[in-house]
Design a protein around this ligand. Structure first.
Ligand code: PFF
Length: 478
């Protein structure tokens, strides 16, 4: 662990903005554009969104600060950094077990993340194919999918799921690109990728949102997303909202600790953490405002689950002039966002393997990426060959989940909250107070609030939400 102090020296970020871009790149991803609308749709909209935003700013933001701080102070991988801070604070190094769990969570998330990101690559090709056919038909800027019914368009998702080879091919391509970038190192790989992809992402996002605001049922979408119906707020929905807040901010999964370990001592962490939280939440809300107008305009079910985004948007593209071009740009956008996130998912476990087993970066990236690819393979097959498999059949709330949903569920609802609990208790009760004060650079009042959150509010909220979310039967009224 201490030996990896070199990590920051040899391969730290070249500037503060390089770190900010990479961290926002880690945060903004499929979680914002695919998972957030899916969960908001499944859990009735407004009330979910309010709990989500409360979780982001009350629990998530202080945790972002804590994780980046642990990385910068510990200067190692997620487990090593927690151990180092524990040592500096004169408490047991066993707290690093939470770091170990973060690394495992990152590995598991990466495995299914790559499969879903593969869907976006598939759709880029679908849209490209449509551009070619519209050229042949002599209307290169007409609407997309000409001559197809709505059922045919939404049915494409089912066709993809029924085609294991295609799913596996796209998953493989995505994982290979991720491994390639991480193998190139922090400076030449991660930083360059984020520096190119994130600005392109934001330009595309603004263009498509402006375009989309003029089409579709915007008012209905706004009322769905912002009018809370608290009767829909079940304990499970609250657990989803907390899990989603952690997932979306890349918390509890080694990424921020590891990225933090490459941050220079001169960088002020609190404003940086705030920027990450705002950028991430802004993109999630924008994505909701992009997707739900279409969902309502064409009468799709907002609770359609993981296929929602992939089914609803092509229907909209079929009604827009230049739809195939907008569609292609849209899926390129998701692909960019997914890539900067998967890079951060891979970097956490890779940094650990490098530190722990002294492997070369290339070998570590191939090893971790290869293993995550294997788990992802099972997720992809879970839509066809293994569609009867229910890995968590014995556990009520997960009993009906296929392989991908089970891994998504167990990481989001159990592992990330547990890691959040561990980190907040560690910082709130065990970490050296002067170290925390110096590293966060917070003023006295804010520091007190931060400590209160880490010691009491975050642990209690996480504990209550998770226990009642996982075992709703414990609540007297239900
Ligand atoms: N925050 C990413 C998203 O919203 O898509 C996903 C993610 C990245 C989760 C990195 C965890 C992580 F460590």
């Amino acid at each position: 662990m201490a030996g990896s102090t070199g990590q920051a020296g040899e391969q730290g970020w070249s500037s503060r903005s390089a770190f900010v871009l990479a961290a926002i790149g880690a945060a903004v991803g499929l979680g914002n554009i695919w998972r957030f609308p899916t969960l908001a749709g499944e859990n009735g909209g407004g009330a979910f969104v309010i709990v989500y935003i409360a979780c982001v700013f009350l629990i998530g933001l202080p945790l972002v600060l804590s994780e980046v701080m642990i990385g910068r102070s510990g200067r190692s991988d997620a487990a090593g950094s927690i151990a180092a801070v524990a040592e500096k604070s004169g408490v047991s190094r066993k707290w690093s077990l939470f770091g170990g769990m973060e690394i495992l969570a990152a590995f598991l998330i990466l495995s299914f993340y790559s499969v879903v990101a593969g869907w976006t690559i598939h759709y880029v090709f679908v849209m490209l194919g449509d551009i070619v056919s519209s050229f042949q038909a002599g209307a290169p800027f007409g609407t997309a999918f000409q001559g197809e019914t709505q059922d045919m368009i939404t049915g494409r998702m089912g066709e993809l799921f029924g085609n294991p080879l295609e799913l596996i091919l796209m998953h493989t391509a995505f994982m290979a690109i991720t491994v390639f970038i991480v193998a190139n190192g922090v400076h030449d790989g991660i930083e360059k990728a984020a520096g190119t992809l994130m600005p392109a992402f934001f330009v595309l996002l603004v263009l498509i949102t402006i375009y989309g605001a003029f089409t579709g049922a915007f008012a209905e979408a706004v009322s769905f997303l912002f009018t809370p119906d608290f009767s829909l707020l079940t304990p499970t929905a609250m657990n989803e909202a907390l899990g989603q807040a952690l997932f979306s901010l890349s918390l509890g999964s080694a990424a921020l600790i590891t990225y933090g370990s490459y941050v220079g001592n001169d960088v002020k962490l609190a404003p940086t953490a705030t920027m990450i939280a705002f950028a991430d939440t802004g993109v999630a809300i924008l994505a909701g405002l992009m997707i739900f107008p279409i969902v309502f305009a064409v009468g799709l079910d907002p609770a359609a689950g993981p296929v929602l985004v992939f089914q609803s948007l092509p229907v909209a593209f079929a009604q827009m002039p230049g739809g195939s071009w907008v569609g292609m740009l849209f899926f390129v956008l998701i692909f960019f966002a997914a890539l900067t996130s998967s890079i951060s998912l891979l970097e956490g476990p890779v940094a650990w393997v490098i530190d722990r087993f002294k492997l070369k970066r290339l070998h570590a990236a191939l090893l971790v990426g290869g293993l995550a690819w294997c788990v992802g393979l099972l997720c992809a097959l879970g839509y066809n060959v293994l569609s009867d498999v229910r890995p968590l059949w014995f556990w009520g709330i997960f009993a009906d989940s296929d392989i991908l949903d089970s891994i998504d569920g167990i990481t989001g609802k159990v592992m990330l909250p547990l890691a959040a609990l561990g980190v907040s208790l560690f910082i709130g009760w065990r970490a050296d107070r002067r170290l925390v004060e110096a590293e966060t650079g917070l003023s006295a009042g804010t520091l007190m609030l931060y400590r209160l959150i880490m010691a009491w509010i975050a642990p209690l909220a996480v504990l209550l939400i998770v226990v009642f979310g996982l075992f709703p039967g414990l609540l007297p009224t239900s």
